[in-house]
Ligand binder design. Structure first.
Ligand code: E4P
Length: 215
């Protein structure tokens, strides 16, 4: 499973990258706003820093506007994926852009049928938001399982990108189901590696090592 970071903060992205397991980045307007920097500054730096796919989101809500914005966004670099919301005009824009060879990540997916339409329109990625579904007592990972099954039935090439991840258990479920990608906030990436028994075990090894005679 590919691991993306869900962030527009270049310091977080750099730190995750240094761990050696980062495959790409997803951003959204809220994440950019959180940095307090301009979109242009964030986009430029992220695209330059990361080799893998970087999702940058449009803010237009009409098809022509989305297509125009997408054509600007891809100028940031060859690894840009345009993030388009799953509304009617978004679907039309997805079809137009994918036919022109521009990669699209359809965002704000909350149902298997939205995911089916996205794949039919030619998206490269579908982003089901599992945490936000869990928040309203709807099992987010169940929706992911349904999408994976539907895509396998019809051999769609759209990659399933599990988004709105809130904890390591979302990732265990995603990897077990065979999701293609998970995009993970920085604080959750840190928690993936941490295990108290690893820390206790390492301390014991190092303490015992002090008792090994030299020579
Ligand atoms: C996906 O690409 C989105 O940026 C993201 O995962 C949204 O997650 P949230 O529900 O934590 O805002």
């Amino acid at each position: 499973m590919k691991l993306f970071i869900d962030s527009a903060d270049v310091n977080e992205i750099r730190e995750a990258q240094e761990m050696g397991v980062l495959d790409g980045v997803t951003t959204n307007p809220s994440l950019v706003a959180k940095t307090g920097r301009s979109f242009d500054e964030c986009a430029r730096e992220i695209v330059e820093m990361v080799d893998g796919p970087v999702s940058l989101e449009v803010v237009a809500t009409d098809c022509d506007g989305m297509v125009r914005e997408a054509e600007q966004l891809v100028n940031y670099g060859p690894n840009v994926v345009v993030k388009i919301p799953l509304i009617r005009d978004g679907l039309k824009a997805t079809k137009t852009l994918s036919e022109r060879g521009i990669k699209v990540n359809n965002t704000l997916c909350f149902s298997p049928m939205q995911a089916l339409l996205s794949a039919k329109a030619g998206s490269s990625y579908i982003s089901p938001f599992v945490g936000r579904l869990d928040d309203i007592s709807h099992d987010g990972m169940e929706v992911v399982a349904q999408i994976i099954e539907i895509y396998a039935n019809y051999v769609f090439e759209t990659e399933v990108l599990v988004a709105s991840v809130r904890n390591p258990l979302h990732l265990v479920a995603a990897a077990t189901m065979g999701a293609d990608v998970a995009t993970v906030p920085f604080n959750v990436i840190g928690r993936l590696l941490k295990h108290p028994l690893t820390e206790i075990g390492l301390k014991r090894f190092l303490d015992d090592w002090k008792n090994v005679p030299e020579g």
